[in-house]
Design a protein around this ligand. Structure first.
Ligand SMILES: NC(=O)c1ccc[n+]([C@@H]2O[C@H](COP(=O)([O-])OP(=O)(O)OC[C@H]3O[C@@H](n4cnc5c(N)ncnc54)[C@H](OP(=O)(O)O)[C@@H]3O)[C@@H](O)[C@H]2O)c1
Length: 380
């Protein structure tokens, strides 16, 4: 008997992760039924996705005129909570940026949906709350971000014997740039990631290494790894996506060419592994030497700052994430320099009063307030 296709809601369907998620649906059309597609303003791409996947629901933030010209083919325009809560949705792919997915992720968890989690800001802002709610509901959080996905693959079949997690980092756009030139780098330069093609925000986060701090936070909340057992190593080839050391000294690494299709497919089909001819295989000879370097802390001040706020807990990490969203946006719009990203975040958080064990509305407010504070500091 053939299996019922998995009902899918893709939040951020027009973005880097969202479009690659839909590539997996194209590769396995009998395994998925696209129930919902959500984006912000890219209505042109959404239109073609509506025609191709015929979802029941869409969500976007177009103007009235744009919305009138959108041919919805009978699908309903709804909010994200309605979309993810629909009984036909089995899995929600959270591939939006910033705090947009936070509330719908919790709604989906409470409704028992499986979460294919790309949006790391959700875990940064509310890791404790989200992981506790998922545990209570018996809902799996399936990370499709390549580093936590690699950790997940390495610990599969193991018991509680992890002694260390080593997260690899490409080093971002400025790994070898002279330190005295970092203040003057442009958004165009920062957007040139050496190994990964990703959305603009995460590419800047990779250059500042805020992204690596976010992955440490993911490893902590998704797998319960103590902060001090998580290390970072620079691995410029981006072929080993992370490693896990066990108490006997064995180390497992997950290896594959830098292509998000593989971790996305793994999360979408877990626990099955399927052959997808479109996914390039690892060729050790063609790849050549895999190298590792310690990182220079002074090149990436955002990393230590972010880990410090994450360890403090309460609403600090939510404020950190909200402030970072604003600072990255200001950098991309050439309102601040590259090195000012960390400076304005730190300054904005000086005003933050943390809440212990914050509720969802306090978490969202902490992010929004810190975001507004950064904008005010820069624009006056
Ligand atoms: N890209 C990667 O390889 C990668 C890897 C690991 C983890 N991640 C994480 O995955 C998330 C998405 O990253 P990305 O690189 O795919 O970002 P992206 O390319 O910028 O795409 C973001 C998506 O979110 C949508 N969106 C933005 N605001 C929205 C709103 N208010 N309501 C509904 N949809 C909204 C965008 O719609 P429009 O197109 O209309 O603007 C777009 O579809 C981030 O949290 C990132 O850290 C990404």
């Amino acid at each position: 008997m053939s299996k019922k296709p998995k009902g899918l809601a893709v939040l951020g369907s027009t973005g880097s992760v969202g479009t690659q998620t839909l590539d997996i649906v194209r590769a396995f059309p009998n395994d998925f039924n696209v129930i919902g597609l959500a984006c912000n303003r890219n209505l042109k791409l959404l239109q073609s996705q509506i025609e191709e996947f015929e979802p029941d629901y869409i969500h976007c933030n177009g103007t009235e005129t744009e919305m009138t010209s959108l041919k919805s083919n009978g699908c309903q325009d709804c909010d994200l909570d309605t979309m993810v809560g629909d009984p036909n949705v089995d899995m929600v792919v959270t591939a939006t940026v910033g705090d947009v997915a936070l509330n719908p992720t919790l709604t989906a968890i409470d409704a028992g949906k499986h979460i294919a989690l790309a949006n790391k800001e959700t875990v940064v802002m509310a890791g404790e709350l989200v992981s506790a709610r998922a545990k209570n509901a018996g809902v799996p959080l399936l990370p499709l971000d390549s580093e936590p996905n690699a950790i997940w693959q390495c610990i599969r079949g193991e018991n509680e014997s992890i002694s260390r997690v080593i997260i690899t980092a490409s080093g971002g756009a400025f790994r070898t740039a002279p330190l005295n030139e970092m203040a003057d780098v442009t958004p165009q330069q920062a957007l040139k990631h050496p190994t990964w093609a990703m959305g603009r925000k995460i590419t800047i986060d990779s250059a500042t290494m805020m992204n690596k701090a976010f992955e440490v936070i993911e490893a902590h909340w998704l797998f319960g790894v103590p902060w001090d057992d998580i290390e970072i190593v620079i691995h410029p080839e981006s072929v080993i996506h992370s490693m896990v050391e066990f108490v006997d000294g064995s180390v497992k690494a997950q290896i594959s060419p830098p292509d998000m299709h593989l971790p996305i497919q793994y999360a979408m089909f877990y626990p099955e592994r399927l052959h997808n001819p479109a996914i390039k295989k690892f060729d050790p000879i063609a790849t050549g030497a895999l190298t590792f370097e310690p990182w220079e802390g002074e090149r990436y001040p955002c990393f230590d700052m972010a880990i410090g706020f994450a360890k403090r807990g309460g609403s600090w990490p939510a404020a950190l994430s909200g402030a970072n969203d604003a600072a990255v946006d200001l950098f991309l719009n050439e309102k601040i320099g590259f090195l000012e990203i960390g400076i304005v975040i730190k300054e904005a958080l000086e005003d933050h009063t943390s809440t212990e064990a914050p509720e969802l509305d306090e978490i969202i407010a902490a992010g929004k307030n810190a975001n507004a504070r950064v904008v005010k500091l820069v624009r006056g």
